[in-house]
Design a protein around this ligand. Structure first.
Ligand SMILES: Cc1cc2nc3c(=O)[nH]c(=O)nc-3n(C[C@H](O)[C@H](O)[C@H](O)COP(=O)(O)OP(=O)(O)OC[C@H]3O[C@@H](n4cnc5c(N)ncnc54)[C@H](O)[C@@H]3O)c2cc1C
Ligand code: SF4
Length: 327
């Protein structure tokens, strides 16, 4: 499979990038590490006339502490850099654990946090070569008129399959987005759309520029558990992140987020009502596991059955709570 032909744009500044995006609007894709976009272009899921390479914008790289605020991570920061950052490992362990499960070491060297946040959604019927898709019939997400997973519906169930967003949701992260109108900040929890085609609250002429981890969630215990076919490389087919704020063994605050089982990653509701004030125990962890599993709505978008993936959300939630409490 070869890449379709395109013109490569390489701005050196954010303003330059925004201007180019306006000029080639509608026929342009943004690339950071390229580890998700380029395979999809080879499969002819995207055939843009222009590809805008963000990597020349040096100001969007790196991790820094901002006094009184927390940690700022540039969107072009490689996942390897996050994985090996001592402050993140110490203060935001759930993000450390999630990051080190993404793909493989080589892909984490290239892959960026911005790309991980903005991943396309995935489905067995979609992430295939053009020949494969032609032979089976196209679907709603690309070139077709029906959904093979839920025929009759007008909705795409392709799953968001990134590992770091559930960890960032547990930490209450915010993101900065730049576009022609300037810069805006939004809680990550408001960034995703639970629709496999729409996916993000991000206009075609906008890019994610930074991620902020609040100081208020520094020091929370954390754990990330992930289901995948090959432990060394694959995308998640279910993932659970847990972050707990503990004082004298009791839970002061708690968040659980799930990924890879819905078109969007999201925080499980009402977790705090069950956990806050309690000592983490098998019983409570099991109840939260039931809650998380009832939030997961996997369909036949992958090779593993929806029933197994939902069950693993229950199991992983329980494990992650007990592990985070013991860490
Ligand atoms: C074999 C394999 C296994 C993988 N396994 C995993 C896995 O286990 N977990 C996982 O999470 N991912 C996995 N990935 C996907 C990928 O490697 C990572 O998600 C990586 O973080 C993507 O970052 P990137 O910079 O390479 O993104 P790119 O491929 O450059 O971009 C991904 C998408 O985000 C958009 N984008 C990129 N940066 C920005 C930005 N700053 N603003 C707006 N839009 C942007 C692009 O236009 C594109 O649509 C896997 C990929 C492969 C090939
Ligand atoms: S869920 Fe349906 S519409 Fe979406 S990618 Fe899969 S088959 Fe296509």
């Amino acid at each position: 499979m070869s890449l379709p032909s395109f013109r490569l744009l390489r701005p050196k500044t954010l303003d330059g990038a925004i201007a180019m995006m306006a000029e080639y609007a509608g026929d342009l894709k943004v690339v950071a590490g390229g580890t998700d976009l380029l395979p999809s272009m080879k499969q002819k899921l995207f055939t843009p006339g222009y590809v805008l390479d963000l990597r020349g914008i040096i100001e969007l790289r790196g991790i820094r502490s901002v006094s009184g605020k927390g940690i700022e991570i540039g969107a072009l920061t490689a996942l390897t850099t996050i994985e090996h950052d001592p402050t993140i490992r110490r203060d935001y362990p759930v993000l450390y654990e999630a990051t080190k499960t993404v793909a493989s070491p080589v892909l984490r060297n290239m892959g960026t946090i911005g790309g991980n946040l903005c991943l396309d959604t995935r489905c067995l019927w979609y992430n295939q070569s053009l020949v494969w898709r032609q032979s089976c019939g196209f679907c709603l997400k690309k070139d077709g008129e029906l959904c093979h997973v839920a025929p009759g519906g007008k909705y795409c169930w392709a799953t968001f399959s990134g590992d770091t967003p559930p960890a960032l949701l547990c930490l209450g992260a915010e993101i900065e987005i730049a576009g022609p109108g300037g810069v805006r900040c939004t809680p990550l929890s408001e960034f995703y759309v639970n629709d496999g085609i729409v996916r993000l609250h991000l206009a075609a002429n906008e890019i994610v520029t930074r991620v902020f981890l609040p100081e208020s969630s520094a020091g929370w215990r954390g754990s990330y558990q992930k289901l995948r076919v090959r432990g060394s490389i694959d995308y998640p087919l279910a993932g659970v992140a847990v972050a707990l704020k503990l004082r004298s063994g009791r839970v002061e605050d708690a968040r659980v987020a799930i990924t890879a089982v819905n078109p969007a990653p999201f925080l499980v509701k009402d977790v705090d009502a069950q956990l806050v004030g309690a000592m983490p125990s098998e019983d409570i962890a099991e109840r939260i596991g039931d809650l998380a599993a009832s939030t997961a709505k996997p369909l036949t978008t992958s090779a593993l059955t929806p029933e197994y993936r939902r069950e693993m959300v229950r199991v992983f939630t329980k494990r992650a709570i007990l592990r985070a409490a013991a860490n």
